[in-house]
Design a protein around this ligand. Structure first.
Ligand SMILES: [Fe+2]
Length: 250
């Protein structure tokens, strides 16, 4: 990327960057390498969102917190202008809905009213819609992780708008924007961005290799194809609102 094209200040709201708590970073060193990659990509705020499956979690909430604090301490010293926040990527099933009904704060993003939720790729649309409605009725704002990954949505794209209209925030992965998922998926993603369905583009980073934390390439693609305002909204402004918005708080 040319120096003149460098944009700094991206906000990544979906990242498996905490060491040894899920299928993302395997060690503190790997997490710091991911931070370095993110930093040179122009990312300055990262929400760490380890997978969390209420009732079936392989890693306890206290372990997640402990490893997050360890990473945060290191980041504070090495990259003082990077802000690290703690969230979760919650596997959304009946168990997760029950945990949210019980007011389990550990499921939310940075102690806000936002909950990043994912489903099985083959989830039935009626199940997804019902769960999203339940989450909204409980007073939370669901952020739908990588909506391009669900077959029921890609095969009928008007459903993405219906999910959004329930009050959900729609997130797409940066790699899908740059065409890594194949022609059909790329067409779907372009259509979603063009029609204003997508709210946020994030990395869903898991490592420093093929799932590394890059946003700049996708940002430049969106800027060229859909304009600077849309690009700024998806990578900076809307995620900034999410991490600062009073409305998102319970
Ligand atoms: Fe993820």
């Amino acid at each position: 990327m040319k120096e003149s094209e460098r944009t700094v200040g991206f906000i990544d709201i979906h990242s498996h960057i905490i060491p040894a708590v899920d299928d993302g970073s395997k060690s503190l060193q790997m997490s710091l390498d991911m931070i370095e990659t993110a930093y040179y990509d122009g990312i300055r705020t990262i929400v760490a969102t380890p997978h969390f499956h209420p009732g079936k979690a392989k890693c306890s909430a206290s372990k997640i917190r402990q490893n997050y604090e360890l990473l945060k301490d290191n980041v504070k010293t090495l990259y003082p202008d990077i802000e690290l926040l703690l969230g979760r990527e919650v596997y959304c099933d009946y168990g997760a809905i029950e945990a949210l009904e019980d007011g389990d704060e550990l499921l939310t993003m940075f102690d806000s009213g936002y909950v990043l939720i994912e489903f099985s790729p083959g989830v039935e649309y009626s199940t997804m819609l019902n769960h999203v409605r339940r989450v909204v009725m409980l007073g939370y704002t669901p952020i739908i992780a990588h909506i391009e990954r669900y077959r029921c949505i890609v095969e009928k794209s008007s459903r993405a708008e219906e999910i959004k209209n329930q009050g959900a925030v729609i997130q797409i992965n940066a790699a899908s924007v740059t065409g890594n998922g194949g022609f059909m998926l790329h067409s779907f993603v372009k259509k979603m961005i063009k029609h204003g369905i997508v709210d946020v583009i994030a990395t869903d980073a898991h490592d420093t290799d093929i799932r590394a934390p890059h946003l700049s390439e996708a940002y430049l693609y969106v800027k060229k194809k859909f304009g600077a305002d849309r690009a700024r909204s998806l990578f900076i402004d809307r995620p900034h609102e999410i991490i600062n918005e009073e409305e998102g708080d319970l």
